[in-house]
Design a protein around this ligand. Structure first.
Ligand code: ATP
Ligand code: MG
Length: 368
C-alpha cells in the first residue's frame, strides 16, 4: 500500500496543503510546532477512523474557521483509491472513491497504516488500557467484523453498566433485562476474545523475530493474553457460555460497585522478555525494543492478513532510538513506505527518497 498524496484545508495549523509522497522513506523535517505531527494525524485518521490525539473534531479545526477537509490518494493491490473526510458545521462527509460512507467505522480497513509515536514507547510499561487500544486499532484495520463486534459489545456493556449503576444506588433493576445484556455482552465478548487470541499469537511470532534480530539472538519475546476466561477454550459457543457464567457469578458484587468488572474491556496483554515480565523487570532499553518490535510486528501481521504492507508513520520516534535500532528500522521498512517526522538538524543522515520541509503549516518538497 502506497500513500501518494495528502491534502488538507483548515486542518489544525494547515490552511491548505497538497503533499505528495513516494515509495520508500519520506522525511518530514522542521522545527518544533510547525505542523509535522498535524500532517501525520490527518493521514492516520483515514486508517483509525478518528484522530489519535484529539478528543473531538473541534480541536482539528483551524482556529476561527468554519470547517475542515482532509483527503488522501493511495494505491493498493486493487488499484488507485481516494478517501475524503470533511466536517463543516454539523455536516460530516466521508467518501471513498467519491462514494459516501455512512460512518467512521466504514472507513476503517481501506487505507491501512501503522503509527509509532513517542507515547507508544510506553506501551510495555503503561496501563493495560494502552495495550488494549493498540490491539483494537491493529485488529480493526485487518478485520472489519471486529469493528462491528466491538461496537456491539460496547453498547451491551454501556447498557449493563447503566443498570448496575442504578442498582448500586438502591433502585429496582429488572433481572431479565440485566440478563439479556449479559447474554449480549457474552456473545460479542467471545468474538473479541477469539480475534485477540489469534492476533496475539501472530504478533508474537514476528515481534519475537525482531527482538532476536536486534539482540543477535540473546533475547526472546513472548506475549500472553490475559483475559477472564480459560485459555484452553477455542469453541465460540463454549467461550460465550463461559463469559455468561463469569458475568453472572459476581453479579452481587457488581451491583454494589455499579459497573461490569469482567469482560474484554478489562483484558491485558503481558509482554515477556526471556520469560519474565518486561513491564515489571525490563530495562528501559528492553521496553523500548519491545515497543518497536510490536509496531514492526503489527505491520507484518497486517501484511499476512491483508496481503500487503501498510504505510508506516513514525512520528518523532526515530531520534529516540539508538543508531543500531534506527538502522534496523530503515533496513526493515525503508523499502516499503515509511513517513518519518524529525526535527533533528542531522536529518541528512537518514537516506530518504523524499524530504519535505515543514514551516508554519506549509510543506515544501526538496530533492531526496
Ligand atoms: P514537534 O516537533 O514539537 O512535535 P510539530 O511540527 O509536530 O512539532 P504539530 O503538533 O504538528 O507540531 O503542530 C503544532 C502547531 O499546530 C502548534 O503551534 C499548535 O498551536 C498548532 N495547532 C494545533 N491545533 C491547531 C488548530 N486547531 N488550529 C490552528 N493551529 C493549531
Ligand atoms: Mg510533533
Amino acid at each position: 500500500m502506497i500513500l501518494k498524496r495528502f491534502c488538507a484545508e483548515n486542518f489544525r495549523n494547515i490552511e491548505k496543503c497538497d503533499i505528495s509522497f513516494l515509495p520508500g522513506v519520506n522525511l518530514l523535517y522542521g522545527n518544533n510546532a510547525q505542523g509535522k505531527t498535524n500532517a501525520v494525524e490527518g493521514i492516520y485518521i483515514f486508517a483509525r477512523g478518528k484522530s489519535f490525539r484529539a478528543k473531538e473534531d473541534k480541536e482539528l479545526l483551524f482556529f476561527g474557521k468554519e470547517g475542515f477537509r482532509i483527503y488522501i490518494e493511495y494505491s493498493d493491490g486493487d488499484g488507485e483509491h481516494t478517501l475524503e473526510y470533511a466536517h463543516y458545521g454539523r455536516e460530516r462527509r466521508r467518501r471513498k472513491n467519491g462514494y459516501n460512507l455512512k460512518s467512521a467505522k466504514e472507513m476503517i480497513g481501506s487505507f491501512r497504516a501503522v503509527l509509532f509515536y513517542p507515547d507508544d514507547l510506553g506501551i510495555v510499561k503503561d496501563s493495560p488500557e494502552q495495550r488494549r487500544a493498540f490491539l483494537n486499532v491493529a485488529i480493526s484495520q485487518c478485520y472489519g467484523i471486529y469493528v462491528d463486534d466491538y461496537s456491539k459489545y460496547k453498547i451491551a456493556l454501556e447498557n449493563r453498566n447503566h443498570l448496575l449503576k442504578s442498582a448500586s444506588k438502591g433502585n429496582y433493576v429488572d433481572a431479565r433485562e440485566l440478563e439479556s445484556w449479559s447474554r449480549s455482552m457474552a456473545e460479542y465478548a467471545a468474538q473479541i476474545y477469539l480475534r485477540r487470541k489469534d492476533y496475539i499469537k501472530k504478533l508474537e511470532l514476528y515481534a519475537n523475530a525482531v527482538i532476536r534480530d536486534m539482540s543477535s539472538g540473546e533475547e526472546s519475546l513472548s506475549l500472553s493474553y490475559k483475559s477472564d476466561i480459560d485459555g484452553e477454550l477455542s469453541d465460540a459457543r463454549a467461550i460465550k457460555e463461559k463469559y455468561f457464567e463469569v458475568f453472572t457469578r459476581e453479579l452481587d458484587r457488581e451491583k454494589i460497585v455499579g459497573t461490569s468488572l469482567y469482560g474484554p474491556h478489562r483484558d491485558d496483554m503481558e509482554i515477556l522478555i526471556n520469560g519474565i515480565s518486561a513491564r515489571s523487570f525490563g530495562s528501559q532499553g528492553q521496553q523500548r525494543s519491545a515497543a518497536l518490535a510490536l509496531k514492526l510486528a503489527e505491520g507484518e501481521v497486517c501484511r499476512e492478513i491483508s496481503g500487503e504492507y501498510p504505510v508506516y508513520l513514525f512520528d518523532d520516534v526515530l531520534s529516540e532510538l539508538d543508531e543500531g535500532r534506527r538502522e534496523y528500522v530503515l533496513s526493515e521498512v525503508g523499502k516499503k513506505q515509511i513517513i518519518i517526522t524529525t526535527c533533528e538538524s542531522d536529518f541528512g543522515k537518514i537516506p530518504a527518497e523524499k524530504i519535505i520541509e515543514v514551516t508554519g503549516g506549509e510543506y515544501r518538497g526538496l530533492e531526496g
